[in-house]
Design a binder for this molecule. Sequence first.
Ligand code: SAH
Ligand code: F3S
Length: 482
Amino acid sequence: MEKIIDENKQGERLILETKDGNTRKLFIESYGCAMNFSDSEIVASILQNEGFNTTQSLEDADLVLVNTCSIRDKAEQTVRKRLEKYNAVKRSVNPKMKVGVLGCMAERLKSKFLEEEKIVDLVVGPDAYKDLPNLLAEVDEGRDAINVILSKEETYGDISPVRLNTNGVTAFVSITRGCDNMCTFCVVPFTRGRERSRDPQSIIEEVNDLWNRGFKEITLLGQNVDSYLWYGGGLKKDFEKATDMQKATAVNFAKLLELCAQAQPKMRIRFSTSNPQDMTLDVVESMAKYDNICNYIHLPVQSGSDRILKEMNRQHTREEYIELIDNIKRIIPDCTISHDMIVGFPTETEEDHQDTLTLMEHVKYSFGYMFAYSERPGTLAERKMEDDVPEPVKKRRLAEIVALQQRHSLYRTQQETNKIVEVLIEKDSKKSSNHWSGRTQHNTVAVFPKENYKIGDFVNVKITDCTTATLIGEAVGYSDNN
Ligand code: SAH
Ligand code: F3S
C-alpha cells in the first residue's frame, strides 16, 4: 500500500474536517506516488490556514488543485484528461473556478502549462508549496502565478500535515526529498530536485504526535530512504564539506530507524523505498534489533541483466544484489522482499529478459510492481538511447514477468497458511463488510471475520486459506502488542 503508484488511490480526493470561519472551497486530488499523497496533506494544511475548506464537488469549488505525476507517459495523460474535465465544468457551471497544477508535471512543464493549457491559473513545483498564499494572492488579482524553484533546504519539517481523511491507523512520514541517483530512465531527479534529509527531531515529534492521536503504523517515506543523512541541514552531496562536529553527530538511516523504534516501541515502523546501492547492512541490523520495525523491504532492482543495469546507471551488479538479499535473509530469515521491474528498456534483448526472469526465480519475491519502459523527456536514456524495443515485445515481456510474479506471490502466501500471524486492522474488507482487512508485518493483506475486534487492534490471526495477494483466516485473540 505504501508503494509508489497505488492504482486504487489514483485520483483520490482529500477531505478534511471543516474549519469554522473558512469560506473558500478547495477541491484537491492526487496522482502518483505516496510522496504526492503526503505532499497533498501538507498543501491542504497550508490552505486550511488561508481560509479554505475542502469539497468533493468540482461544481462548487473556488480552487481546484491537482497533484501530478510524470513517472510514465500514461500518468501524464491521465492528468491531462482530468484538466479537460475541470475545463468542461468551468465552462458550463462554475466560471469562477481557478485551477492549479502541483507536483512533478508542474516542475517538468513549468510555464508551458500556462501557455498550452489555457485553463490553468497556477503552477507550483514540489518545493514551493509554502509560497502558495502569495501565489494565490496573484491569482485572486487575475494574474497567472508560477513557482517551480527547487530548493536545497525545503523538507516541510515544520508543517504538521493534516490527516483527517485517513483510516486513522497508518500514516506516511516523509524523511527525505529529491533523489541524486540519476537512473537513466527516471524523471524524478529532474522534477523533485537534489536529495536532502529532514531533521530527525521533527520526524520523531511527528511520530510521537501520530501515536498520541491513535495511529499504530508509520511508513518513513523517501525516494531513496537508505540514503538519509542529517548533519544539520543541506544537500546530501554537500556532506563532504560538513565540519568534523557535524560529521561526528550525523544521523544516518540505520540510526533514524532506531530512534523511531525507541520513541514508540509499539508503533509499527515501515520504510519505502530502498535502493540496493544505498542499503547497508547496519539498516538490516537495526531492523533485526527492534520487533516493531517490520521485516519487509521494498527493494527495486529494475532488471536482472548486468548489461541493462549498467545502461540504467544502477550502481550495482546482479551478483551484488543477490549478495545483499542473501545477507538480509541471513540476518532476518523471515524478511519478505518486493521489487520494481522495468521491461523493454532500450537495447533489452531476449537474453537480458531471461536474466530478469531467472533473477525473479532466484529471489521469489512476495510481490512486485512491474512496468513497460516509458521514455521520459529530458532523461539520459531519452537523450542518448533509442526507445527501440517494439511495443508488442514490451507487452509480451511484461505479461511474462507478471505471470511469474503471480506464481511467486501465491507460493509466498501459501507458506503463511496454517500459521498464526499478527494483523493490524485497517478497514472493512473490500469483499465483505463482515470481515476486517489489515496487514501482516510482511505487508501482506489479511482478511478475517470481525467478531468484536475494531480498527486499530493488533490481532493474532490463524491463516486457513489464501489467494495470490490475500491471506484468509480467523482471529484467535489480541496480540501482545495491543
Ligand atoms: N526510488 C523511487 C522510484 C520512483 S519511480 C521510489 O520507489 O520511491 C517508481 C518506479 O517506477 C521505479 O522503481 C521504476 O520501476 C518505475 N519507473 C521509473 N521510471 C520509469 C520509466 N521511465 N518507465 C517505466 N517505469 C519507470
Ligand atoms: Fe528514480 Fe533511480 Fe532515484 S528510480 S527516484 S533516480 S533511485
